[in-house]
Write a protein that binds this ligand. Sequence first.
Ligand code: SAM
Length: 313
Amino acid sequence: MRSSEYKLRYRRPLATPVVYDDRANASMMSVEKLAVHDFWNAASCGEDLYLPDSSKEGFARHSQTRYELEPEILQFAEFAAWRGKQVLEIGVGLGADHQKFAENGAVLHGLDLSERAIRSTARRFELFGLQSELQVADAEQLPFPDASFDLVYSWGVLMHSPDTPTTISEVVRVLRPGGTTKLMLYHKWSFVGFMLWTRYALFRLRPMTPLIDIYMRYLESPGTKAYSVGEVRELLGQFEDIRISTGLTHADLLLSPAGQKHRGPLQSLARVVWPRWLIRRVFPRLGLFMLITARKPTDLAPLNPSAEPPRRS
Ligand SMILES: C[S@@+](CC[C@H](N)C(=O)[O-])C[C@H]1O[C@@H](n2cnc3c(N)ncnc32)[C@H](O)[C@@H]1O
């Protein structure tokens, strides 16, 4: 069974109990993708730190913490602008942004490589009485016909997939001509990268270790990539009207427990002496998040013009 065929169609009320078979989904993945899958299937992004439990209150608390720490999401996603539009979110994780799209009336599809993430988001949607077509699927093989969506949104996901250029081609393919993508990818020249490099390259007397290797090995799932603005422009070559911004995040400013995996005396000391004021003033662009908005040109021919887009009532 291909991972893209392993679907959870979620509508409220749930007609039949959903049976998940994580191994069946994972069995068709490359070694690299399996490592990514297993990393996120062990715990979704923010689950250990910000999701107290899987109750309605727990999910509400998770969302509250998320938007306190990452308020840039609210402005960037423009949740209210997508009412009545066909929206796909790739990599829903615990489903906080997905919930915002649903509450604002988008016609929603959501997917994630990890069954755990889909389970959590399905539970969140059930508790809040929201609707989305959720499924376990792979960003490198989106299970949708060409030209299906007005918006493809993905926050902190595509650089985890082993073949990021293919995920971008898939985004182009499933967007309608003139459709928009909003992506957050990791920015190479960030304080997070600098801190990791100091700890895992400089202090280990391996200063020649490329920054990119540090991200791949130590940031999150194995093989995670980070890009310069120029590299992302190249990656998004098929798009037009590309807008990219970078800014400092809670992780760059050591304002949250996000870097717990790397904790130790040095991190504790850094938290106390970190020159946040100076960093904000002198290096406001050296943050981990690269926020990207781009449009699919109207004259880019669909790969399969006869395919019907998905429809939901
Ligand atoms: C850093 S988390 C972000 C989750 C969510 N967007 C958020 O902001 O909390 C990365 C997510 O990407 C998912 N992911 C990684 N590779 C993927 C792929 N090829 N296809 C779909 N999802 C993928 C992971 O399972 C994980 O849930």
